[in-house]
Design a protein around this ligand. Structure first.
Ligand code: ZN
Length: 201
């Protein structure tokens, strides 16, 4: 049992921060100590920013993204609004990753998870109905779910639901990552890469 060496406010802060992804108790203690040392220049602005975010952050009713405005800044973007390509992702983090990659004028739809019978997650728990409702506004739906069993099951379920609409349904290529060395890849990835081979151009 670890002994508390600080007052309750500091211990509480450490405990809360240690719940963040990527931070264990040790990193949380270091972060808290750093914050306390930089009380004016970091702790105060962080506290204010958290308070503002708590007040402002909301979920976009169109795409399920998280933003401080509604609809979100992507759905509200004049150049993106006219896009005919809709990218479906599992989580907001995936949307942000694709946006960081700068893939152009596309719109997104965040499912909020994947189908997982073992965890009791069914179609009604995801943002799927809204996707079916908005799909007809696009020429192409890219099912950019993760390459896991649950991700692929979810992709098949959605593709089936969209089969009545005249629309192109695509998915991300699976295979060798940029900068990847074949010798380090698992058999599943190598098999997928070979299956999805393309013309050398
Ligand atoms: Zn949105």
């Amino acid at each position: 049992m670890e002994q508390n060496i600080s007052g309750s406010e500091i211990e509480q802060l450490i405990q809360l921060l240690s719940r963040l992804p990527g931070l264990g108790p040790r990193s949380a203690r270091r972060a808290v100590l750093h914050l306390i040392k930089k009380k004016q220049s970091l702790m105060q602005p962080l506290s204010s920013a958290l308070e503002r975010a708590l007040e402002k952050v909301t979920i976009c009713p169109i795409c399920n993204n998280i933003d401080s405005c509604s609809p979100c800044s992507i759905c509200n973007n004049e150049r993106k609004k006219i896009s005919k390509v809709l990218i479906v992702v599992e989580d907001v983090g995936d949307l942000w990753a694709l946006e960081r990659a700068g893939i152009g004028h596309v719109l997104y739809h965040v499912l909020g998870g994947v189908l997982s019978p073992l965890d009791g997650i069914g179609p009604d728990d995801l943002f799927i109905d809204n996707l079916i409702n908005r799909a007809a506004d696009f020429d192409e739906i890219v099912l950019a779910v993760n390459a896991t069993i649950e991700g692929q099951t979810t992709a098949h379920y959605i593709a089936d639901k969209l089969s009545d609409i005249d629309i192109k349904i695509t998915r991300l290529a699976h295979g060798v990552p940029v900068g990847g060395e074949l010798d380090y890849l698992d058999e599943g990835t190598l098999t997928q890469a070979l299956k999805a081979r393309s013309n050398f151009d």
